[in-house]
Design a protein around this ligand. Structure first.
Ligand code: ZN
Ligand code: ZN
Length: 147
């Protein structure tokens, strides 16, 4: 892996008004099958790169935040998005302080080699779509791994 790859990655939304830079590698990848992630992404699951908040620098022209209160835990989850094009950029969570996640599809370099070596966790598999095939040998949790 090239050192430059580790030092800085970038990404952003569809319309390019929200951009970010990443310093270093993500801590892990969380693949979340909860119904909230299904709705917020409009897809079958959310795929989030988990960073420490200090590793993520936003260029926040139009970065907006929607605060959702979990009906299960009562805690807040902030969805970061572009208020121009609506792209989902990432999340912060009351339950995991100092973490900023980045939605994997917003990375400029989808072939970032670092990602293939990261720890991957499938969470909330209890609500996974029937046709979302999860390999049997990956780390997976019925709910969250902290439970
Ligand atoms: Zn945008
Ligand atoms: Zn989720």
């Amino acid at each position: 892996m090239k050192p430059s790859e580790l030092e800085m990655q970038a990404g952003g939304c569809v319309c390019k008004k929200v951009r970010y830079s990443l310093i270093g590698s993500p801590l892990r990848v969380t693949i979340c099958h909860c119904t909230w992630c299904q709705r917020r992404t409009g897809s079958a699951f959310g795929v989030e790169l988990v960073f420490h908040e200090d590793q993520v620098l936003f260029h926040p022209d139009t970065l907006s935040v929607y605060r959702h209160i979990s009906d299960e835990s009562g805690r807040w989850l902030d969805q970061h998005f572009c208020n121009n094009c609506g792209s989902s950029i990432g999340l912060t969570l009351e339950s995991v302080p100092s973490i900023q996640s980045i939605s994997v599809g917003t990375l400029d370099k989808q072939n970032w080699s670092e990602l293939t070596n990261l720890e991957r966790r499938h969470v909330f598999v209890r609500s996974a779509r029937q046709w979302s095939d999860i390999p049997g040998d990956v780390e997976q949790y019925e709910e969250h791994f902290r439970n």
